[in-house]
Design a protein around this ligand. Sequence first.
Ligand code: ATP
Ligand code: BTN
Length: 240
Amino acid sequence: MEYKIYRFKSLTSTQDKAKELSKKKLSDAVIVAENQTRGRGRFKRKWSSDKGGLWMSISLKPDDTKNLQYLTFAAAISVVKSIKKIANLKTSIKWPNDIHYKGKKLCGILTEGIFGNENYAIVGIGVNVNQNKFPDEIRDIASSLKMVNKRKINIKKLEENIINNFFNLYNNYYNKNEFKKILKMWKENSDTINKNVIVITRTKKINGKAIGVDDNCNLLLKLKNNKIIKIVEGDINVRY
Ligand code: ATP
Ligand code: BTN
């Protein structure tokens, strides 16, 4: 599939730019910015986006917009594969949308849908690549490839590799409704399954063992009393 890359020195958020372009009916585009002044995570949480990271959004017009959670999964698989290839580092996916290394977050993914006469999906990928430090509030939870590897990584190479991996998964599996294949690869690259986890919601903490992911990408949690409950992605945190 043909896609076009748009590069910017600075943007509020590559998600915003991708939305703007999709309003002009432009899709199959990749928006990359060297820095974002208002980068965001889920629920409008602040995403620290200084120069040195890879900040990009892929704008798509998928045939099927009922399964957007699989785009997040496909993006996560792509990032893990590319980090292995370009930085020779084995990272893992933490359900649903984080890539981490030794408990520190290296990458976050945010998929947003735009629904109207025509439907679009914007897959935002943020990778900490060459930053040397982070703001105080995330110093303990974030890391960059450079901080782990003690050497600089070529951001553009990483970007190209992720985009290639992503479009392969998108064309070969997502658009052919082969969601099971995406799920299988996701599981192979995730370290959440089989772990004892704590799920923190606004009102309570639930302890259990993550035993799998269902067809809608929800996490299946087995409680002490052997009951299995479904954890739906939302304003919750999973801790190992
Ligand atoms: P977690 O499960 O780690 O809390 P999340 O997937 O719930 O993350 P979001 O809800 O999307 O994350 O919010 C983004 C969070 O990521 C922020 O609240 C902040 O803690 C953290 N964060 C912000 N910028 C960065 C960054 N550049 N690298 C790593 N973590 C970041
Ligand atoms: C998360 O919180 O885990 C998701 C973070 C997603 C960050 C990326 S960086 C590129 C794109 N633009 C944004 O403003 N957010 C996403």
